[in-house]
Design a binder for this molecule. Sequence first.
Ligand code: PGA
Length: 253
Amino acid sequence: MRNKVIAGNWKMNKDVHQTEDLINGLKNALDFELKNVTVVVCPPFTSLETAVRLIKGTPMLLGAQNMYFEDEGAFTGEVSAKMLQAVGCQYVILGHSERRQLFRETDDFINKKVKKALAAGIIPIVCVGETLEEREKNITHQIVSSQVKGVLKDVSASDTERVIIAYEPVWAIGTGRNATPQQAEEVHLLIRELISVLYGPATAERLIIQYGGSVKPDNAGDLLAQPDIDGALVGGACLKADSFAAIIKAAIL
Ligand code: PGA
């Protein structure tokens, strides 16, 4: 049985003061046993240190939302895997569709970051997913398969087991329009079968595949009940302690 991993992608929200409020709210709201659920909070870089201090002694783990693949040097505005590790990050979101669309990140570029994160002992949560246009053209499978192959290029089977893939259909992100559990399950199964072909069934069986895109307390239970949905990457609904806690609860039941 795979653990469920519920990660909150705060995006560019919450300054340090608001971070304190949200983490303290989460500490109060998470008043139940997490059992087989891993909870990850991914605040902006400026809040990582505050967050790590506040989650100490709780089951929450820390993730970042991006990083660069070089260790150090003249890369203005970037942050390295080593820096994330030093502050206490165990996870990093890579290749989010907002980074792909707004900052022109490609599979090849994301692949370099995936390898660097793994080498630094940080678990990459790597996002893939089709646009509405691609879904309507019936090329979802080709798009997602080529993204998965691209971001995992030259990653070994044992390293792939440490990767989390987040299937996030672009049309479902921030739109309030989630993929149905069946639509999501179909793509999750496709990803698992592809990993099985590339790396073998044991690796495919262990791979955590999250769903992301308008996950809310009222749809989380149905999505997370699908056999190949192993967690959620939550945007909007993770910004309030109560709704994030309700999604976490749905992963347990
Ligand atoms: P959303 O965002 O839950 O607000 O749709 C999800 C994501 O972008 O990771």
